[in-house]
Design a protein around this ligand. Sequence first.
Ligand SMILES: [Zn+2]
Length: 254
Amino acid sequence: MSKTPPNPAKARYISPEQILKDALHKGDAGVCASFQEPTLLTEWAISLFKLASSKGLYCCYVSNGYMSLETLKLLRKAGMDGIKIDLKGNAATYKQHCGVVNVEFVWRNIREARKMGLHVEVVTLVVTDVNDDEACLEQVIERHLKEAGADTPIHFTRYFPAYKFHKPPTSIKKLEDAYKMARKAGILFPYLGNVHGHQYENTYCPNCGEKLIQRCGYKLIRYKITKDKKCPKCRTRIPIKGWPKGRIENHNHK
Ligand SMILES: [Zn+2]
């Protein structure tokens, strides 16, 4: 998508009002600004979030986390509830692959988003021979604990070759090692991504290990967290924002 030249003649404008109308019509639980960097559409997103939050829909962002603090505050004020931030690796990864981008702004936004009470998730695409070495992953995990905290989820997602980059897909073993490193370091909710059906797609109770949410890709298979947001087995509190809306295969509403 990012490699196709834009064609303004064929572009179609969809207003925030229209998006809200469609979301309400379809019974959606929320709206999300994603694909391309939504920070480029900040004014549009602010208008949408104001409308959507006034109708009780959640609002979220899928972003590279490289916005000013003022932007983040404006989005929060407009009704943003959650943000997923793509973290490309450690400072060296940014320096080598993202030009002048300074990773410190990304970490600042992760830290501040948490302070604002946003639901934050960090996602690192683990790319073969780019950011998949142990030292790099260790640094990411360490910084995540410091800035985002132990209860902020971190996802290690699998890369696949595309466009002009032909290195083999990330080894599953490396992803599993990253997961184990994160868990051992004290991150309570690490995940693997782009590995459909893997056991580390699920949410486990950090205290007793009970499988709380079973997933397969984007599908929610089983949901066992109680309505008061606790593990049904050991009663540990699980820091989750909402209650699932829509269809779950075998839900257990206790
Ligand atoms: Zn438990």
